[in-house]
Structures are given as structure tokens and as C-alpha cells.
Design a protein around this ligand. Sequence first.
Ligand code: SF4
Ligand code: SF4
Length: 337
Amino acid sequence: MSILPKKNQLGFFEIRLESIGGLGANLAGKMLAEAGVLGLGLNGSNFSSYGSEKKGSPVKSFIRFCDADVEIRDHSPIEQPHVIGVFHEALYKTVDVVSGLSADGIVLVNSTRNFDDIKNDLNIKYGTVAIVDALGIAVEEKTKVNTAMLGALFRICDFLDPEAMKSVIRKTFEKKYPHLVEPNIRTFERGFNEVQFKHFETPANANGKAFSRPQPVLGYETQTMGGVLTSQGNSILKDLSGSRQGFLPEFDQEQCINCAACDNVCPDFCFVWEEGEDKRGRKQMFLKGIDYQYCKGCLKCVEACPTTALKDLRETIGYADAHRVKQNFPYVAGGIS
Ligand code: SF4
Ligand code: SF4
């Protein structure tokens, strides 16, 4: 008898992980597949898709499981998964993360927000939402987000054996980094135990989310002659908010002595200045704030700041937009809107 809880027409149970480079979704997908194939004797496959291999670019990892007597002849990206894991909420802005989710599917999100907010953001009407504060766990245990997400995914895929995963973690770290074994096992266990679920009733005739294949915003048919490259990192219109991995610098103008140490270390020209006068009427530049559109959350500025004007802050949805001070680039009429 099959241990897989659900299968599609080809006999596969399918999982898609939606992430950004640097959060370890690729490795998590690999470990998940290994747990099913090596641990349980299922047939399975895993591969990932990503663009430029750099922190902050969208990454997808695909995992397929089937019974041992089923051959895997399908190597295409997973379009209608039973389970989706979303590693970073900033992805909602640019990627339809729940595209193709089956009607009774489960979407797991790394978040501290509530079920209804997430359901609205993802624009889903039914199915199961699972939430785990994977970043919070990783920060407390000084480990990585992917291990906490794996814990939660093992709870969702309850045919997998969490004990087998813990031995994999032990084997991976014990020779080279023995001090990382226990924190990683704790992170995995916390992800497993702390994930919470809410089910939204699925009507009998419900269809899943339609799958839409993302098309490039600009291609050979739509690119304007001599136009601006609008993709991330290529132009003044770049948006690095997806590169932040949970933290950003918080600016307190009261504590700022306008020394510009932050600006000297910032790789992305995030600091916005304006000319003013000091107490004696001499001209001076004053720091107005941070343009979070360009901030990748490296926190070099926080380290460099000699006062408490900059502190690291756990990012919450909407903070960056509400506190952004826009750069006014002199070479763009009216600045960037
Ligand atoms: S964290 Fe600070 S130094 Fe890093 S990109 Fe953002 S503003 Fe610049
Ligand atoms: S390093 Fe700190 S004190 Fe100096 S300008 Fe930047 S925020 Fe202000």
C-alpha cells in the first residue's frame, strides 16, 4: 500500500519551494528528496531553478515523490503542487508563489503574521495555510532559515521520518562543525513543533489556483528602443527589497551626528542627504533617511555607525515602504517615483 497521502494523474506527490538565493531552499529540497528516497525507498527527484546565482534572486526547488514501482519520466518544473513552501514574504511582490496550488493543497509560509492576512496576500480562497516563524527560530538558534522550514515541511509531509532527518543533520555537521549539530537539531525540531495550521473549507467542486507561466516583463517584442532596463540590479529602477533576509537598518535622526560613516560603507547608495545649515549658519549636509528600495539589508551601515542612530530591525511587511526616503537622482527629471 502506498504511503503517499495524495497523487496526481502520473502518480506523483509534488512539492514546490519558493525562495530567494541565500536562504537555502535548494539544499532543503535536496534533503527532503533524500529523506523520501533513501529513507523510505520511494522513487523521487529534485532539482532547482534559479537565474544568476546570487543572494536575492528568486529560486524554485522542485521535489517529486512516487511509489517505488512508478517510473519518473516527467522532469518538468512542478506546476500543480500539493505543497508549497514560501521562504520569504518579499516574493509576493514579484512572484505568484501559489500559482497552480491544488484545491486541497497546503501552503507553508515563513512569517510572523496571522492566517487571514496571509490568505489575503496570497489571494487564496480555500485550502490549508501553515505558518512558521522560521527566521525567528533561526535567529534565536543562530542557524539557518532552511532547517526550520524543513522541520515544518516534515510535519506537513507526515509520511517522512523526522528521526531520519535528524541523523542526516548529525552526519552533515558532526565531523567539521560539531558545535552546529545541536542548534540545527533544535531548529529542525522547533520548525516541526511550532508550525501552525488553519484550514479554509474547500467546496466540493473547487478548482485549484490556475497556473500562470511567468513571462519576461520586457522581451524582444516589448522592449522600447533605447529603453531603460528595469530588471533588478541593472538600473536606477532596481529594487533590492527581495534581497533582504529579514532585517533592515532602522534610522533615528535624533541620534545622528551626520558623520557619513554609514554612507561610506553602503554598497548601494541608500542614504539620502539634504543641504542645510549648522548652528552657526554654515552649510552642511544632513542625513534625511534611507531609500529602502535599494537596501539589500547587509547591515554594514549599522556596524559602521558610531552612535545609536542606526540599529538592525526585524523587517515587518510595509515598514520599508512607510519609512522610505526617496533618493532624488539629479539625472532623472523629478527623481524616481
Ligand atoms: S543595510 Fe545599510 S549598508 Fe547595507 S544596503 Fe542597506 S543601507 Fe546600505
Ligand atoms: S553613521 Fe550613524 S551617525 Fe553617522 S551619518 Fe550615518 S546614521 Fe548618522
